[in-house]
Design a protein. Structure first.
Length: 347
């Protein structure tokens, strides 16, 4: 780096003064033309160096101003809200996005208390957030509700860190209102889904990749006789007999293809009672399995009873038809005999 003005010009000036003093001390000595030319040359060299240094300073100043302009543009037009806060929550500086989120002009927000724009319910969270930043000197985060005239206040997330001078904190402000509403909607939907699932008449079992139960509903508890806690410690294989497990009633190849597999299996209840269930199973995208069991024991019993009754009726009908046929044949023979005897047919 080139020398600055004082380190270059002042030594050169002293050198010239010393030369003049040494020459003037003797009346017979004069400054030679060569010495004057050398000094002029030195001055010209240092003048060039100073001009170069000045150009470098001007260039550095331009680059600094350009960098400051870029920083200002990035700060102002960033998609996040940025704030510079004091330890008591005064807004020292903010960007355009922050002013939009707070719904006020930027010049009106400078040196305002940030807590004024936060709801009473979450204002203590802000004070705790600032206290932790300035006391721990570490980054902190919190969620706040902004004050609102309606019943739907905006929800913001603050992420802050102490500044270099430790008298201010730099805060990024993100509007998470839609995200929170979406999360709330999903939670409500999941709760409704769980409620409907728990009230379902069919037993529901959700198993992991190994067949261990993840979720069961109330009908599964009533159907199997096991408590919820007991079922959550069991595997789906624990519900079937050894003979049922080795029978090819459940097509895992179809399950892996994403098909819904229908089968009828015998489940062994906790008390040892066998029941027949109509089982509908499907493999989920995450590799887990969901199954609905419908108890068809009574239905099958009724079906068997009806089939037995139908069979009995068919036998009775066949017997009745056979008897009727025999009666018709007998009446025909009687009429034939009467005709041979010259009498009128009786039937």
């Amino acid at each position: 780096m080139k020398n600055d003005f004082k380190s270059v010009v002042l030594p050169l000036r002293l050198m010239a003064e010393e030369l003049l003093k040494s020459k003037q001390s003797s009346t017979n000595q004069k400054i030679s033309k060569t010495e004057i030319q050398n000094m002029i040359h030195e001055l010209q060299v240092h003048q060039i160096e100073l001009e170069l240094q000045n150009e470098e300073l001007l260039l550095a100043k331009e680059e600094s101003e350009l960098a400051k302009l870029k920083y200002t543009e990035l700060f102002d037009f960033a998609p996040l809200g940025y704030l510079i806060l004091s330890d008591n929550g005064d807004i020292l500086e903010l960007n355009l996005m922050a002013s939009q989120m707070l719904e006020k002009e930027r010049y009106k927000l400078r040196f305002s208390r940030f807590g004024f724009f936060v709801s009473d319910k979450t204002r203590p969270n802000l004070m705790l957030f600032l206290s932790r930043i300035f006391s721990s000197k570490t980054s902190q985060s919190c969620e706040l509700e902004l004050s609102s005239d309606d019943n739907q206040p905006s929800i913001i997330q603050l992420n802050g860190i102490i500044s270099d001078n430790e008298e201010q904190c730099l805060v990024a402000m993100i509007d998470v209102t839609e995200q929170k509403r979406s999360e709330e909607f999903i939670r409500n939907s999941e709760n409704r889904y769980r409620l409907l699932l728990d009230l379902a008449a069919d037993a529901f079992f959700h198993e992991d990749k190994n067949g261990d139960f993840i979720t069961v509903n109330s009908s599964a508890i009533a159907q199997t006789g096991f408590s919820r806690d007991e079922l959550m410690q069991m595997n789906i294989k624990d519900l079937f007999s050894e003979e049922m497990l080795i029978s090819p009633t459940l097509r895992y190849d179809q399950l892996k293809r994403g098909e819904i597999v229908h089968s009828e299996r015998t489940v062994i209840r906790k008390d040892g009672t066998p029941i027949t269930v109509e089982m509908n199973s499907r493999m989920m995208p995450d590799g887990t399995f969901q199954s609905f069991f419908r108890d068809v024991t009574e239905r099958n019993r009724i079906d068997k009873a009806l089939k037995r009754k139908v069979s009995e009726l068919e036998i009775y009908y066949e017997l009745a038809i056979t008897r009727e046929r025999k009666m018709i044949a007998l009446k025909g023979e009687i009429n034939l005999l009467l005709e041979r005897l010259g009498e009128k047919p009786k039937y």
